[in-house]
Design a protein around this ligand. Structure first.
Ligand code: ADP
Ligand code: MG
Ligand code: MG
Length: 875
């Protein structure tokens, strides 16, 4: 059977949103439950997909559309293009997920000079007729022919000036008629042909334009930000018009059944008399609060309140509605589950459970995990933000709001912060050396780097605001200044950055502390009740670990030990280790570090109170640790009894062409087993001490070997670990148990996971490296071409932010399937950045991971996403 591309509203229902789009499905549903909806039909999302395949609307689909126009004529008793009783329609976009304001709508389609003259006369309301016509020409020109709104707005302004009026409604029928003429002339001047008179031609043009608007730049950006695939397409709704612009007993309004900002249960909305379409929200005139309708439109308002109740009872959720009153009669034009702030989302979900409208599971399922982010970080004062104009935009790499004086080096950040200044650290890019400075700053702004650049990852880990990759900045680090948005910023200037949107503002925008309402706890408790996937955190310090525990982490999935080496009191010893010529010298340097590492680990075990802690052994290439400043090089040379030249030569010798694929990970432990020995001793001694102090805890170290590609590497390092650990345990007379596992972050490890599983207690998928190595491009350089990839629809998302389930995900699944039969006790987790991304978490649940691990501030997001995955699976 041929595909059906059109559905009357009476043929659809709310469950058909994939095919009919949200707007179409809900218009159908409202029709089914007997609400007053102007009738029409929906052209499916499949027709949109087909449009993109065919490069136009096919004959077949056009034919079906024309058939449905005939059906519509039958239902309404009006006729398209008819002089006496013309059918006028709106043509409205409507995707599966609502994308407010992203695509286009055309109203009053079907008008031409002949029709408008007849209805003007017949209705005895020429003002209405000409108002419809001028609006139609305006919208059609803008949406279909892309002439640009502003030309028409200028003509309206000119007309108002000539007539000495300020409001559109004050223009007379005659004025509007003149305007319509001017609009058509404008159209002809811009397009070169006459404005189309044939309603069928108008209709096809409008439908095409709606399909086309699915691919406009606004919509593309919105989709990427909201995980909406291009392949979904948009539906098109053709609906007969209800007229809110016929006079003073008409009007149009928008309303929410609950307050979308706070969640409070009260009708919120606005209404504008004698108006149409977007007039209410466009600020043409100041609308009245919806409650005032009680006086001016008592019957329609009473009916509307009933409709609100009906819709809430029906959808079991807060509704966002559009309606029109035509000659005192109410028409419903749209309903949808309303968008809301994170805070409102939590309150509404809890209230709906208390009202018996939703189960706990449904309440958990209705919260967008990504929204929780905003509850966990300080925010800009909403009013001040609205009034401010950004000077630039980067990537919203780590959410939150930061405002402070600009500094250009990590050292300055520390120094200024110690003086009590709030600073924003602005750098070309950050390196591990900058960590203390990053911590001291309110926020970080970088010129280079993507969502998983050093700055982004570290900032998210610290819960600090970060905007990365603002390529528009013309940076002059040497002279401590940069240019952006036509302005030169120097050290000490105030700047404000928004880590959620990536917006950058000149000057001070005040911030307010994040507020976590009581409902937050209730929702999270329900989430924990229904999820099966555990949530751990990536934390390197006791402070981070504590924060993560507060936010519900059930363990540490990744402690990166290298970060511990950058502290001022140990970097010197570590550098000595790097510069040592013999094993003995290296061991002597490591012996200085061991007690410090042990103390770090003890603090971590204390913070985790017996929950599991996975400690990853040294991972980055050694060159990241060597000094770059002359003074530091000199100090190192002196400490080593070497010349500055010798040290410089040594540093030069560490240079690698491709450090991410160089001498790092377990390769370090293979070449320098004494590093692994030291780290093992520190881990085991720390665990023994903490276990002694807390008999009721179960301290069981998990030692993780990074970057294994061949089981022989793992075997070699594991032997070193086991020998050292067993010796320490025996010496202490302890019965401590420990595990040795590996990261799976090289494709070869996933491919040979059965061999590896025979020698590992656990797998942890390091999906940052695994993505990098599977795709074969660097996470720090991907920013250079991702933009082009988005434009050409090769990628829809950054694979470093959203797990590539097809490729990288297949490797993960394969590794689990190969590994578990060999070692039934094998536990598996993920500790890449994806561990805190909701759709990636869902995938991790599906493939049977035991836990995800993410930065502390993402823990609640992961808990919620894990619960949603479990709930979805059980449905
Ligand atoms: P969006 O998705 O951007 O809200 P809509 O398709 O909902 O766009 O339409 C834009 C405006 O036009 C809304 O105010 C809507 O209520 C109004 N509108 C759409 N169709 C009709 C119609 N058939 N009769 C009257 N007003 C309409
Ligand atoms: Mg709408
Ligand atoms: Mg790695």
């Amino acid at each position: 059977m041929a595909t059906k591309y059109c559905y009357l509203f009476s043929e659809g229902n709310a469950n058909m949103r994939e095919l009919l789009g949200g707007k179409g499905a809900n218009l159908a549903e409202m029709t089914n439950i007997g609400l007053p909806v102007p009738q029409g039909f929906t052209i499916t999302t499949e027709a949109c997909t087909q449009y993109y395949e065919d490069g136009g609307i096919s004959e077949e689909i056009q034919k079906e559309i024309n058939e449905y126009i005939v059906k519509m004529e039958g239902i309404t008793g009006k006729k398209f293009g008819d002089k006496e009783n013309p059918l006028l329609v709106s043509v409205r976009s409507g995707a599966r997920a609502s994308m407010p304001g992203m695509m286009d709508t055309i109203l009053n389609l079907g008008l031409n000079e002949t029709v408008v003259n007849t209805i003007a006369e017949k209705s005895n309301n020429p003002r209405w007729a000409w108002d419809c016509y001028r609006r139609f020409i305006q919208m059609y020109s803008d949406v279909v022919m892309e002439v640009g709104k502003k030309y028409f707005e200028e003509l309206i302004d000119k007309m108002k000036e000539e007539k000495g009026v300020t409001q559109d409604v004050e223009l007379t029928a005659e004025d509007l008629k003149v305007l319509a003429g001017q609009f058509k002339a404008e159209y002809k001047a811009k397009i070169g042909v006459d404005f189309p008179d044939d309603p069928k031609e108008q209709l096809m043009g409008a439908i095409k334009a709606v399909f086309r608007s699915w691919d406009n730049p606004r919509a593309n950006v919105y989709r990427r930000d909201n995980d909406i695939p291009f392949s979904w397409g948009t539906a098109v709704n053709v609906q007969s018009m209800a007229f809110g612009n016929m006079g003073d007993d008409c009007g149009t309004g928008v309303a929410f059944t609950r307050d979308p900002a706070t969640g409070e249960k009260k009708l919120m909305g606005e209404f504008l008399t004698n108006a149409q379409g977007e007039d209410v929200v466009a600020g043409v005139r100041t609308p009245m609060p919806i409650q005032q309708m009680a006086e001016t439109f008592p019957e329609a308002f009473a009916q509307f309140k009933e409709v609100c109740q009906t819709l809430e009872n029906h959808y079991h959720d807060m509704q966002d509605m559009e309606f029109t009153v035509e000659n005192k009669k109410l028409y419903m034009l749209q309903t949808r589950n309303g968008k809301r702030t994170a805070q409102a989302a939590l309150k509404i979900a809890c209230d709906l459970v208390d009202e018996g409208m939703k189960t706990e599971q449904e309440a958990v399922a209705m919260i967008d995990p990504r929204n929780l982010d905003t509850l966990l970080h300080p925010q800009f004062d909403a009013k001040a933000l609205k009034a401010a104009e950004p000077v630039g935009k980067g990537l919203g790499a780590s959410p939150g709001a930061a405002c402070g004086k600009i500094v250009f080096t990590a050292d300055d950040a520390v120094e200024w912060a110690e003086k009590g200044e709030k600073v924003v650290l602005v750098r070309l890019e950050t390196s591990p050396e900058d960590i203390t400075g990053m911590k001291a700053a309110q926020g970080i702004l970088t010129v280079r780097g993507g969502m998983t650049s050093h700055a982004a990852v570290v900032a998210r880990g610290m819960g600090e605001c970060c905007v990365s990759g603002c390529g528009d900045i013309k940076m002059d680090e040497a002279n401590k200044k940069f240019e952006l948005g036509g302005k030169t910023f120097v050290e000490g200037d105030y700047i404000s950055i928004d880590g959620t949107t990536g917006n950058i503002y000149d000057g001070i925008i005040p911030t307010v502390d994040a507020q976590i309402a009581g409902e937050f706890g209730r929702i999270m408790a329900w989430a924990d009740k229904y999820r099966t996937l555990k949530v751990r955190t990536n934390a390197d310090t006791p402070a981070d670990a504590k924060k993560a525990r507060e936010l519900g982490a059930e363990g540490i999935g990744l402690c990166r030990t290298e970060h511990m080496f950058f502290e001022a009191d140990r970097i010197a010893a570590f550098r000595e280790m790097i510069c040592a010529d013999t094993v003995e010298e290296r061991e002597a340097a490591l012996a200085k570090i061991e007690p410090m590492q042990q103390a770090d680990f003890e603090a971590l075990y204390e913070a985790l109170e017996g929950c599991p802690v996975t400690i990853r052994f040294l991972d980055p290439p050694l060159h990241e640790f060597v000094p770059t400043e002359e003074a530091d090089i000199k100090a190192l040379a002196d400490a080593q009894g070497k010349s500055v030249e010798d040290i410089k030569a040594l540093i030069a010798g560490l240079h690698e062409f491709n450090p991410m694929m160089g001498h790092r990970g377990c390769r370090l432990a293979v070449t320098y087993p004494e590093i692994a020995k030291m780290q093992t001793a520190a881990v085991i001694k720390a665990a023994i001490n903490v276990q002694k102090k807390h008999a009721d805890w179960n301290v069981k170290p998990e030692i993780m070997i990074p970057l294994v590609g061949d089981v022989k590497e793992l075997k070699f390092v594991k032997k070193v670990v086991v020998e050292t650990a067993d010796a320490v345990i025996a010496e202490a007379g302890s019965d401590l148990k420990y595990e040795v596992g590996t990261m799976i972050e090289i494709p070869r490890a996933a491919l040979t996971a059965d061999e590896i599983a025979a020698n590992a207690d656990f797998f942890c998928f390091g999906t940052n490296d695994l993505t990098q190595m599977t795709y074969g491009f660097s996470r720090d350089d991907a920013g250079k071409f991702l933009g082009a990839y988005y434009d050409k629809k090769i990628f829809e998302n950054d694979p470093f932010a959203k797990l590539d389930q097809v490729g990288v995900g297949k490797l993960m699944e394969m590794a689990i399937k190969l590994g578990k039969p060999v070692n039934p006790n094998l536990h598996c987790g993920i500790c890449g950045e994806h561990g805190g991304d909701p759709t990636s978490v869902e995938f991790c649940h599906k493939i049977g991971l035991d836990y995800v691990s993410c930065s502390p501030f993402r823990v609640p997001i992961a808990r919620l996403a894990a619960a949603q995955a479990a709930i979805k699976e059980n449905k």
